[in-house]
Design a protein around this ligand. Sequence first.
Ligand SMILES: *Cc1c(COP(=O)(O)O)cnc(C)c1O
Length: 394
Amino acid sequence: MRFDEFPVNTLMDITARPPLVFVRGAGSWLWDHNGKRYLDFVQGWAVNCLGHSPSVIADALAGQSRKLITPSPAFYNEPSMQLARRIVEHSCFQKVFFANSGAEANEGAIKLARKWGALNKGGAYEIITFQDSFHGRTLATMSASGKPGFQERFEPKVPGFPKARLNDLASVERLITGNTVAVMLEPIQGEAGVITAADAFLRDLRELTRQHKLLLVVDEIQTGVGRTGMLWGYEHAGIAPDIMTLGKMLGGGVPLAALVATQAVSCFEHGDQGGTFNGNPLMAAVGSAVMDAVLAPSFLEGVTTRGTYLMKGLSELSARHGLGEVRGRGLLVALDLKIDIASTVTEIALEAGLLLNAPRPHLLRFMPALNVSQEEIDTMLAMLDDALRQTLQG
Ligand SMILES: *Cc1c(COP(=O)(O)O)cnc(C)c1O
């Protein structure tokens, strides 16, 4: 089928997409409607932790779909409890509420913090978030986000999200008032361009929030489930937050997210929270298959090893082409190009059969499958080398 034969105009035009239709995926590779193959370092936007269409996910979906797809959230189902058990057994939290997207999990976190404030802090409701942060595209999560360009859209915003500066404790302290109930942040700001919250900053923030009896909420939608080489991003700092949100890789490609909290903070009462598809067994079964793969012996060490290998290769490229910093953790990595050529580089790479992401005009972000091979990293580096040479010469 030719591209212009697809009913493209039936979709709302919400973003600029290349004239390609992807029809098949396997591991680190995707195929378009012409049968052309692409090496994928976007992976559904840091979603497909085990690559495209891995058999563990196909098997979980097929097996569970024949047993029970959804009994209604008004009843218990075993896969949701099994997945919740895996999350709490390997984290500092005790309670889980499942959602269908990251933004929905964050909405839940905001509601839980506000509920806790109503019960424990005289109605305090403000949640301090950070400049350049990204928490989703619902009204409340856009309001919580510090993404440039979000501020003027869809006014009026949901109130109660003053913005501090990442890695600047005084900027947080200045915003604390009697109305403050929580501080919420990404351990690594992904959409902002892979900006890490320093371990010392996270420890200071935990201390500060404890002193002021505030909740610490970590948005681990991009960093959770092994992306950084540890199961959760907060573990690098050795802290124990009160609330965590998960999404993206938790489902390995299917819509699954979670709001996770300590026992002490889990104060929802009947009627406060819910959702038709939340905790459905089909998606939960996939979540358990993903968690089992990520928790398998030496899987996370492999993420760290390949992340280091990727960063080393990118640093060599950067030196060769006179570019900027390489930063990140595990397999969430960015290359600062120093000049605004990222979209040209991604266009040339796409043409050559490599999918890359440019979250900023001067920045490339790499978020491959966690089981990407060293050979695939080498292939990507060689293709990127070519794309950079063409861009800088052209
Ligand atoms: C992707 C992302 C979200 C939003 O998740 P959706 O599933 O797109 O709603 C929220 N926070 C962070 C840190 C993210 O990376």
